[in-house]
Write a protein that binds this ligand. Structure first.
Ligand SMILES: [Zn+2]
Length: 312
């Protein structure tokens, strides 16, 4: 297996204030844990290119793009508040271009057969970002941009988006709620941000609300009984993952009870689907996860599964 890790130093430079849980240390902890788990030498680290405005505009309005470009401050230490939870700093525009560019490059490499799958180790994160505005720690919707690229540049006809972040990927839901080429499967903890969580009912939008306290066995049942049959019926030519790890039992923002083994198990199920329908093509993209240690351990469990390095 060749698993690529796409990232860029600018993804460390975007930050939203010293109090903010969506912080550069998240990526640093994951990089540390990849080294200390000794799997780093088996991974193909790649520098993310910039996404073009045209690529971002497949999933966002020109007004949303202009807001990020024009409102990102020019001075160090200054912030432009987009909403109560989201801000732009001096590097946000450039980091957002690299975050989206990582996902596009990963799609291209997977389609070219250069790699089997990829993890995009990027910030700012994306799945709450709506077509017309950033929100909820998110600037551009990286997974929506990647899916649009796969559909339009590579002419794929069927894609699956899997979202296992504890929060509902409302921006992704909004982007594809009228596009049945995209099957979205996910779970989210009911009562958490964003409000209201769910988009309109659609047969290709299988986002399942679960209560606080939900453990891995209940999630595995949802995956087996609901996600996998839907995925098999859809026959996706590529699987994209909104990989948030804030449903971990140690996460301070979520109230669910997942552990590292649950993320590894889910990843293996998705690998099986990808082998049957998608030539193994998976592009996984970092979303939430705010306990730094739990985040880093969970990402490593996920990447070990992607790279078939479980025995390490
Ligand atoms: Zn989240």
């Amino acid at each position: 297996m060749t698993t690529a890790i796409y990232s860029h130093p600018l993804c460390h430079q975007h930050e939203m204030g010293s109090y903010h849980p969506e912080c550069p240390a998240r990526i640093e902890m994951i990089e540390d844990q990849l080294i200390s788990s000794r799997i780093d030498s088996y991974l193909d680290f790649r520098l993310a290119p910039e996404a073009s405005n045209e690529q971002i505009a497949r999933a966002h309005t020109m007004e949303a793009i202009a807001l990020v470009r024009d409102k990102s401050p020019t001075e160090p230490g200054k912030y432009y508040p987009v909403d109560d939870d989201t801000a732009l700093n001096q590097y946000s525009w450039l980091a957002a271009l690299r975050a989206a560019g990582a996902c596009i490059a990963a799609v291209d490499a997977a389609m070219a057969g250069e790699i089997d799958n990829a993890f995009c180790l990027v910030r700012p994160i994306g799945h709450h970002a709506r077509p017309n505005m950033p929100m909820g720690f998110c600037v551009f919707n990286n997974i929506a941009i990647a899916a649009k690229h796969a559909l339009e540049a590579h002419r794929l006809e069927r894609i699956a988006i899997v979202d296992f972040d504890v929060h509902h990927g409302n921006g992704t839901d909004e982007t594809f709620c009228d596009d049945a080429r995209v099957l979205m499967v996910g779970f989210y903890q009911e009562g958490l941000y964003p409000f209201p969580a769910k988009g309109p009912e659609r047969s290709h939008m299988l986002n399942i609300a679960v209560p606080a306290g939900t453990k891995g066995d209940a999630i595995r049942a949802i995956v087996s009984e609901q996600w996998l049959p839907a995925l098999d019926a859809h026959r996706p030519q590529m699987i994209l993952i909104s990989a948030g790890f804030d449903a971990h039992r140690e996460d301070p923002l979520g109230g669910m009870e997942l552990v590292e083994d649950d993320y590894a198990w889910i990843t293996h199920q998705l690998m099986n689907v990808a082998q049957v329908h998608a030539h193994g093509r998976i592009v996984s993209i970092l979303e939430g996860g705010y306990n730094l240690s739990a985040l880093a351990r969970s990402v490593v469990a996920h990447i070990k599964a992607l790279a078939e390095l479980d025995d390490f």
